[in-house]
Design a protein around this ligand. Structure first.
Ligand SMILES: C[S@@+](CC[C@H](N)C(=O)[O-])C[C@H]1O[C@@H](n2cnc3c(N)ncnc32)[C@H](O)[C@@H]1O
Length: 203
């Protein structure tokens, strides 16, 4: 189980506190992967977490490791379809899951899945391993994912500038709380991430 949420780099930068107080709150984890953060929030912070991932393999791992953890419910499926059908959450978060979903599809559904004043906090890629920075238009691009023991995998991801994320959030009914650029601890590593937080607006 994780000891804190790593939004960008292991042991660096803001951790679980970026979500605010989650004790007793309904929380949705979008793209939960192996479920380590969902289990951490339930066990160490008393949150009630629904954790969803569209990968059957990841969900199998999550259920295998944390399936008996009180306060966590793992769901296999598309997070946006799920968000559309659920009852309102206090907090929705995603650690590098929203990079894979069209923001014009994801953000309206997440907004509707949050109670008024509910928070959305997520991290996404900002600059890749080759030092290529974010795109200035809302289009996915191809990035290579390197997993140990596997050949590099080409995936479509939305790597957007902070001003585009801000524009998108406002357009889809959020007030911006902040966008922080997270740098790697190793100065030679060009990778940067963004930690974005917003609140469902009252209007
Ligand atoms: C980079 S991984 C991050 C996993 C986890 N949040 C972590 O930090 O360990 C992104 C995850 O998002 C999931 N994902 C991508 N699109 C999704 C969608 N539409 N609905 C649910 N999960 C999705 C992928 O299957 C993958 O497990």
């Amino acid at each position: 189980m994780a000891g804190s949420i790593d939004w960008g780099f292991w042991g660096e930068g803001p951790g679980t506190e970026a979500l605010g107080e989650v004790s007793g709150k309904r929380v949705l984890d979008i793209g939960c992967g192996t479920g380590r953060y969902a289990a951490h929030l339930a066990r160490a912070h008393g949150a009630r977490v629904d954790a969803i991932d569209s990968s059957a393999t990841q969900l199998r791992r999550a259920r295998g490791q944390y399936g008996n953890t009180g306060g966590v419910s793992f769901v296999h499926g598309d997070a946006i379809e799920y968000a559309r059908a659920g009852t309102p959450y206090d907090v929705v978060y995603s650690v590098h899951g929203l990079s894979y979903i069209d923001p014009d599809r994801a953000l309206p559904a997440i907004r509707d899945a949050l109670r008024t004043d509910g928070r959305l906090v997520f991290s996404v890629l900002h600059t890749n391993a080759e030092g290529v920075g974010p795109s200035a238009s809302v289009r996915p691009r191809v990035e290579e994912v390197r997993l140990s023991g596997h050949a590099p995998l080409s995936v479509h991801v939305w790597v957007l500038s902070p001003s585009l994320w801000e524009e998108l959030l406002i357009r889809h009914g959020f007030d911006i709380e902040g966008i922080e650029i997270l740098a790697a601890p190793d100065a030679a590593n060009p990778v940067r991430c963004q930690l974005v937080s917003g609140v469902r607006s009252r209007s």
